[in-house]
Design a protein around this ligand. Structure first.
Ligand SMILES: Nc1ncnc2c1ncn2[C@@H]1O[C@H](COP(=O)(O)OP(=O)(O)OP(=O)(O)O)[C@@H](O)[C@H]1O
Length: 190
C-alpha cells in the first residue's frame, strides 16, 4: 500500500533521530505509522555477506559502530551505480506494512531527498534534527575520521528549506511543540 504521508528526517549522529521518530510513532500509534530506515537494506545485505547479527547492526550498540565505516564504503559504491537503490528497497518493505504514515528516520544524502521527492513529493515533509556537539558527546558520540567527515554525514549540511528544523538539546518543550505541529499535519493528510 502506498502511504498517505511521508516524513523524512535527517541529522548528525546522536542528534536524536531515532529518539524523535520513535516518539512520533508512539504518538501516532503503531497501527498508523511505520519507521522506514534507508540504512536497513544496507545492513541486511552487509549482515548476510559477512555472517553478522542483523539485529545488533540495526540497534545503537558499539557493534554498529565497528562496522559503520566498511558499510559506508560499500554502500557508496552501490549508490554510485543507482542512487535510489536503498531508498527503493526500504520503500518496498514499508509498502508491505500497509501503514499510511511513513517516518523515514535516516536521510543522509541529497539523493535520498531527491528519490523521496520524485516518488512521494506531494505528500512529503522534511525535518532536520540538530543537537550541539557537547550534547552529542554526552549521548556517546565521538568524532571518527572517515565517518563524521564524509558524505554520509555531511552531504545534507548545506541544505536549507527543511519544513522543520528541530533543535534537540534535551529541551523537551521544543520537541513537544514540533511534535504537535507535525502530528496536526499528519492527521489532516490521513
Ligand atoms: N530529547 C531527548 N531527550 C532524552 N534523550 C535523548 C533525546 N534525544 C536523544 N536522546 C538520547 O540520545 C541518544 C542518541 O539518540 P539517537 O539514537 O536517537 O540518535 P541518532 O541521531 O538516531 O543517532 P545515530 O545516527 O547514531 O543512529 C539515545 O540514547 C537517545 O535516547
Amino acid at each position: 500500500m502506498d502511504p498517505k504521508c511521508v516524513v523524512i528526517f535527517s541529522g548528525k549522529r546522536k542528534s536524536g533521530k531515532d529518539f524523535i521518530t520513535e516518539k512520533l510513532v508512539e504518538i501516532l500509534g503503531k497501527d498508523n505509522a511505520t519507521i522506514v530506515r534507508i540504512s536497513a537494506p544496507i545492513k541486511k545485505h552487509w549482515a548476510e555477506l559477512h555472517g553478522l547479527d542483523l539485529s545488533q547492526l540495526l540497534d545503537s550498540t558499539s557493534y554498529k559502530e565497528q562496522h559503520r565505516l566498511a558499510m559506508i564504503e560499500w554502500s557508496e559504491q552501490e549508490r554510485s551505480k543507482d542512487y535510489g537503490v536503498f531508498c527503493r528497497s526500504a520503500a518496498s518493505v514499508a509498502k508491505e506494512t500497509l501503514k499510511p504514515v511513513w517516518i523515514v528516520s535516516d536521510a543522509r544524502r541529497k539523493t535520498d531527498l531527491k528519490w523521496f521527492r520524485e516518488n512521494f513529493g506531494s505528500i512529503l515533509k522534511t525535518v532536520r534534527v540538530t543537537a550541539d556537539d557537547d550534547i552529542r558527546i554526552q549521548r556517546g558520540w565521538n568524532f571518527t575520521a572517515g565517518v563524521d567527515d564524509v558524505a554520509s554525514e555531511c552531504d545534507l549540511d548545506d541544505i536549507s528549506g527543511w519544513d522543520w528544523t528541530v533543535s534537540n538539546n534535551g529541551k523537551t518543550e521544543a520537541i513537544s511543540d514540533f511534535l504537535q505541529e507535525l502530528e496536526a499535519w499528519i492527521k489532516q493528510s490521513l
